[in-house]
Design a protein around this ligand. Structure first.
Ligand code: CO
Length: 211
């Protein structure tokens, strides 16, 4: 623990040497333009892989970057990011080699977490035919990582928070990316949702509700 505090002091010194006003400016406000919803995996650290300083990205991470519409934690982050910080982009970023996705593909019980990973099984089930057609297990897992991002991107867009933002005329784009731990590079999966017409008729709601 001592070492962690020493590392923190050295980092803060370096930041101040680079920009003496950095922390004072940051203390006054944060103005991130991006909400990052990513995996809790220690190798997928949003700010570091984007090479962005503190204050630039609002971050929510959980196992396998899931957006579950009853998750009050995720919804609170989303509401604050959209309504107070007025971010212009929400990015759902998955990653290849995701342990959560891998576990969801396996049939063994792991405990409480199985109830969380069930959301990934639901994605698998919706694309069972396509996935069954991929012979290589690694390629099949990679594809499920991508499909999981696609679905979570839609889940963000279908939320009342995002629908109400669009209804107010707020510019807000939801994107799906994937990160490869092996080369440190992000890939844009091309999943983009820019308006309510793209979320499926049954999910569209009119009138301001509770958020
Ligand atoms: Co992961």
């Amino acid at each position: 623990m001592e070492d962690l505090f020493a590392r923190n002091r050295a980092w803060a010194d370096r930041m101040r040497a680079r920009d003496p006003e950095f922390f004072r400016r940051l203390a006054r406000q944060q103005a991130p333009r991006l909400l990052w919803i990513g995996c809790a995996d220690s190798r997928v650290a949003a700010n570091q892989l984007l090479d962005l300083d503190p204050g630039t990205v609002f971050v929510h991470r959980n196992i396998a970057n899931l957006v579950v519409h009853t998750d009050i934690n995720m919804l609170s982050v989303l509401q604050f990011a959209v309504e107070v910080l007025a971010v212009a982009q929400v990015v759902v970023c998955g990653h290849y080699g995701c342990g959560g996705v891998r576990a969801a593909m396996a049939g063994r019980q792991l405990g409480l977490i199985d109830n969380w990973l069930r959301h990934i099984k639901d994605v698998y089930d919706q694309h069972a035919e396509e996935l069954a057609g991929i012979a290589d297990p690694g390629a099949r897992e990679d594809r499920l990582v991508e499909l999981n991002v696609l679905h979570q991107t839609l889940h963000v867009a279908r939320s009342t928070v995002v629908q109400n933002a669009w209804a107010r005329g707020q510019k807000l784009e939801v994107r799906g990316w994937v990160y490869a731990i092996e080369d440190g590079l992000l890939r844009d999966l091309g999943y983009r949702v820019r308006g309510p017409e793209e979320i499926g008729a049954i999910y569209r709601m009119v009138g301001e509700g509770v958020t």
